[in-house]
Design a protein around this ligand. Structure first.
Ligand code: FAD
Length: 349
């Protein structure tokens, strides 16, 4: 379909859709190899699901509403963070973390090093994106190849961005499938539909306790039909909050079953469950509710990344590498390693 010697030349210019961690890692690595990279992000800024929300005054501050903490099992991930986010942009979150076993009651969670962004989760992605060309507030709606075999991207306002040697898609699977289907790439979309697991929703409630909540733990995973996670966000390192901000994440199945429930009702139901599970009786003053439609994959599929060599189209993201922050890093890093090993870009490390 395309002129093969045009499509076999080295990749010099790449468009990346999405500037969550996977998009940012791909961009950073490609740029280090001398590739010109442009990222397109539909939200106001980079970060994706490593998100923090500014909180209402007078309490102010921010709370991590998406990823709560992350692991660093891959030493290359640590090196990457130190080099591109800086060692002060993240740190270890220590404390008392418990889960509720249906038979044995409350147990300590497995001891592990849990890392967070400082002073908020999005500090990491902000720092990594500093030297990258991130075009925020642009939702890509369509991809097309021109007569030279180069990629064109069209946004939802009809603006066209041209002449990219390759495209990397990093949105969650439903959004990636939608983009491919809307671009006449139904075959790829169909292939993806078979491979991907459903991403589950997550209702999030944030509560402010001006006098603190009086808890003896930092985070809980209750044995509950409604609640998956309860955490004192103010106990993370580098937060300087007045009082305490707490984050509640609803159970994934409960969230899926309540995607259309009114936020006020969600808040009431989760609040009631929070009190019952945590034993916290302190009264909160401010609160906010956020709905994630695509939070985490139901199953852990691990092809790593997808690379359609003939079309010069790649797909990366946490959902291709087991979910989670470190999975997003590994997926992106694996993709760039693949392009290097196929001789399509110079070796960056
Ligand atoms: C509630 C919640 C709790 C979580 N808890 C944890 C945890 O404790 N530990 C952990 O490791 N992980 C956790 N995760 C998962 C973690 O946040 C993700 O694994 C990781 O951030 C995914 O990064 P990514 O780059 O693959 O995807 P994303 O961060 O989703 O990035 C994709 C980006 O693409 C953009 N985009 C989508 N469509 C378009 C388009 N058409 N045009 C332009 N841009 C587009 C999106 O706006 C987004 O910025 C949690 C996630 C959620 C939501």
């Amino acid at each position: 379909m395309f002129d093969s010697h045009k499509t076999q030349s080295v990749i010099r210019r790449v468009a990346i859709v999405g500037s969550g961690l996977a998009g940012l890692v791909t961009a950073t690595r490609l740029r280090a190899a001398g590739v010109e990279v442009t990222l397109f992000e539909k939200s106001r800024g980079p970060g994706g699901r490593m998100a923090a929300k500014r909180l209402p005054e007078p309490a102010g501050g921010s709370a991590d509403i998406g990823a709560q903490y992350f692991t660093i099992r891959n030493p290359e991930f640590r090196q990457f963070l130190d080099q591109y986010a800086g060692p002060s942009a993240y740190g270890e979150w220590n404390g008392v973390f418990r889960y509720q076993d249906s038979e044995q009651g409350w147990q300590d969670m497995r001891s592990a090093q849990r890392y967070v962004g400082i002073p908020r989760m999005s500090a990491i992605t902000r720092a990594i994106s500093r030297d990258l060309d991130v075009r925020s507030g642009i939702r890509i709606a369509r991809l097309k190849r021109d007569s030279d075999g180069l990629w064109q991207l069209r946004d939802t306002d009809g603006k066209v961005y041209e002449r990219f040697d390759a495209v990397v898609l990093t949105p969650p699977p439903a959004q990636t499938v939608e983009l491919l289907s809307g671009s006449g790439l139904a075959e790829l979309a169909g292939d993806l539909n078979i491979r991907v697991s459903h991403m589950q929703a997550c209702w999030t409630v944030v509560l402010h306790f001006p006098e603190g909540a009086g808890a003896t733990f930092q985070a809980l995973m209750p044995d509950s039909r409604r609640l998956h996670w309860i955490a004192n966000n103010s106990s993370k390192p580098g937060r300087d909050d007045e009082g305490e901000w707490w984050v509640l994440h609803a159970d994934p199945d409960w969230s899926d079953a309540h995607t259309d429930t009114a936020p006020e009702q969600v808040r009431e139901e989760l609040l009631e469950e929070f009190r019952a599970c945590s034993g916290i009786t302190a009264l909160h003053r401010e609160s906010l509710v956020h709905r994630w439609l695509y939070a985490r994959p139901r199953a852990r599929t691990t092809p790593g990344h997808l690379w359609f060599r003939d079309s010069r189209l790649a797909i990366a993201g946490d959902w291709l590498e087991g979910g989670r922050v470190e999975g997003a890093y590994n997926s992106a890093s694996g993709l760039v390693g693949r392009l290097e090993s196929e001789g399509l870009i110079p070796t960056s490390r």
